[in-house]
Design a protein around this ligand. Structure first.
Ligand code: AGP
Length: 608
């Protein structure tokens, strides 16, 4: 996802813009740029392909004391990563940075013959369109922006400055987040609140269809139809420590290791062990509404989808006459799927900005289905558009690979399922084992991380020569295997895929040869023996198996065994997933790849 920053105030704009863009680096980008204006409107535009450090080299030779400016990190959609395609884009006296996609940019470009285009981007078309309303002085900057946005189709989060008005920034959003930080005699803009941390705790989250005129001591918001909007100032929850590495080499390792604490935050106030009950206020469903639920649709992408799959397995275990369907948002949004009466949709998203998940939410709402968010980012678009919701409260997840959010998303959804079961009168004796293990989980995670860490690091280094891997599991270990395979593929670029053990003989078994290693999740339980016979099928074909198990005295002749403490039975797969997370991390470190910002990926995929 691209990043936007903006500043107007009494301090050095270049300093804030660069530091703000660095805070947003984790979201993934391939070029960056800033523009600042001096008090007379003289612009200093600096853009560079690649990392922000390349931009800083240019900045060193172009230092200014300017007090206003905007900046951007670009994740290429239209036009290759290059300086020419980097934002900000200029048209006449205006400069524009943009997140999102202008879908009708080709048609609009045809109407802008006067503008000499220097890039292949849709953003430059939008800049030229704004300028076409602005350049003859008939419209103020904000009105020129409004006129242009009324013609543009697609998604945007934009910030615009003009040499003719070097004390104001115009911002607008539709489908791509923008937050305005209220400072003392300064106003800060960002596409993600983490860029504002340490500068202000007061923020206004723009809503879709809103446009604002921002000055150092004022903000005036209205809709595209010029209706005034009263700004709701909210508290920015996060803090500096939460967005820094805290002594770890990478955000990913920090976020893996902080799962005992982050899960505690998820559970806070939601599990009452003595009363043997759970409680979720956010969804806002009455006991009667919970009792009536017959069908759950769980929607997500990537890790969020895997979390929904795993949670769905658990919810089916303890909630009678309920069906659970977990779907991939980018597929489901285009299916003509009928959602039956008495359904609830769980919308799972760490960032709360994933375009496909957001679009799917909007499609589901059209059917009048109650939507419940399972979201981490406070104030994010999805969290504001669902009917009710549960924040997982794991704190900012900076690394592109999602880890702590997965664990908490699963458990938050299981707790939601338990509230349904409680309302349906399911016997406490059936629910209590789940509640007890959930309450014990933060400590079980800490103990597991401690006991496996060094062994996983050692074993991961043994497998760096492999380019292919198969992850295997049955029942709740199968979605867990899918999540483990995604972790490995997205940061170490190993071609890792997960299969249900029972599916092996229906095709995947043909894959097994020296190119592959297999990671088998083998939790104790009623399907353990079946899984073991599948392991034997793989071994008989020369498979190189890493067994992850909580079975004591595991004695099969496999390549490696990683034993996890047998503290949890039902949720053993959650503990096994910690092994997959650490394994992916150390494999990637051994390969020397960028752990937190893997190639081609962004932390939040806000484009389709
Ligand atoms: C997970 O490690 C990936 N970074 C990716 O699959 C991610 O889970 C997916 O893009 C969904 O993101 P969200 O939870 O922010 O909606």
């Amino acid at each position: 996802m691209c990043g936007i920053v903006g500043y107007v105030g009494n301090k050095n704009a270049q300093d804030f813009l660069i530091s703000g863009l660095k805070r947003l680096e984790y979201r993934g980008y391939d070029s960056a740029g800033i523009v600042t204006l001096d008090s007379k409107g003289e612009a200093t535009l600096l853009r560079a392909k690649g990392k922000i450090s390349n931009l800083e080299e240019k900045l060193a030779k172009n230092k200014r004391e300017d007090k206003i400016g905007i900046g951007h990190t670009r994740w290429a959609t239209h036009g290759e990563p290059s300086e020419a395609n980097a934002h900000p884009h200029q048209a006449g006296s205006i400069y524009l940075v943009h997140n999102g996609i202008i879908e009708n940019y080709k048609e609009l470009k045809e109407t802008l013959k006067e503008h000499e285009f220097k890039s292949e981007t849709d953003t430059e078309v939008l800049a030229a369109l704004i300028n076409s309303f602005y350049k003859d002085g008939k419209h103020s900057l904000i009105n020129a922006v409004v006129q242009a946005l009324k013609l543009a189709k697609g998604t945007y989060g934009i910030a615009v400055v003009s040499c003719k008005a070097p004390d104001e920034i115009v911002v607008a959003r539709s489908g791509s987040p923008l937050v305005v930080g209220i400072g003392h005699d300064e106003t800060l803009i960002a596409s993600d609140a983490s860029a504002l941390v340490g500068h202000t705790k007061q923020a206004i989250y723009l809503n879709d269809g809103e446009v604002a005129l921002v000055k150092k001591d004022s903000i005036e918001i209205k809709t595209l139809n010029a209706e005034p909007v009263s700004a709701k100032v909210e508290e920015i929850e996060t803090n500096l420590a939460a967005i820094q590495k805290g002594g770890y080499d990478h955000f990913l390792l920090k976020e893996i290791m902080e799962q005992p604490e982050s899960l505690k935050e998820t559970l806070r106030g939601r599990v009452n062990l003595e009363a043997r009950t759970v409680h979720l206020g956010g969804p806002g469903l009455s006991e009667d509404e919970l009792r009536k639920i017959k069908h759950l649709v769980i929607v997500g992408c990537g890790t969020a989808y895997h979390a929904g799959l795993l949670a769905g397995y658990y919810i089916e275990q303890f909630t009678p006459e309920i069906t659970v369907e977990t779907v991939i948002a980018s597929e489901y949004r285009y299916r003509n799927a009928y959602i039956p009466e008495d359904s609830v949709a769980l919308i799972v998203s760490q960032s709360g900005e994933t375009a496909d998940t957001l679009a799917c939410l909007r499609e589901i709402k059209k059917q009048g289905v109650k939507t419940i968010g399972i979201v981490n980012a406070i104030g994010s678009t999805i969290s504001r558009e669902v009917d009710g919701g549960t924040y997982v409260h794991v704190g900012p997840e900076i690394s592109v690979a999602s880890t702590k959010a997965f664990t908490s998303q699963v458990i938050a959804m299981v707790i939601f399922g338990l509230t349904i079961a409680q309302a349906k009168g399911v016997k406490p004796s059936i629910l209590y084992p789940y509640i007890k293990e959930i309450a014990a989980m933060p400590e079980a995670i800490r103990e597991t991380l401690e006991s496996v860490h060094e062994k996983v690091k050692k074993i991961a280094n043994k497998y760096t020569k492999y380019d292919h891997a198969v992850y295997l599991g049955r029942d709740t270990a199968y979605p867990t295997a899918m999540e483990g395979a995604l972790k490995l593929k997205e940061i170490s670029y190993v071609d890792a895929n997960a299969y249900a053990f029972g599916e092996l003989k229906h095709g995947p078994l043909a894959l097994i040869d020296d190119r592959f290693f297999e990671l088998a999740l083998l939790p104790e339980g009623h399907l353990y023996d079946k899984a073991i016979s599948n392991v034997q099928e793989v071994l008989a074909r020369g498979g190189k198996i890493i067994a992850v198990t909580n079975v004591k005295k595991f004695d099969m002749k496999v390549e490696d065994v990683i034993e996890i403490p047998d503290t949890l039975e039902i949720f053993a797969p959650i503990l096994m997933n910690l092994v997959s997370q650490l394994f992916a991390y150390y494999m990637t470190v051994a390969k020397g790849y960028n752990v937190d910002q893997p190639r081609n990926l962004a932390k939040s995929v806000t484009v389709e």
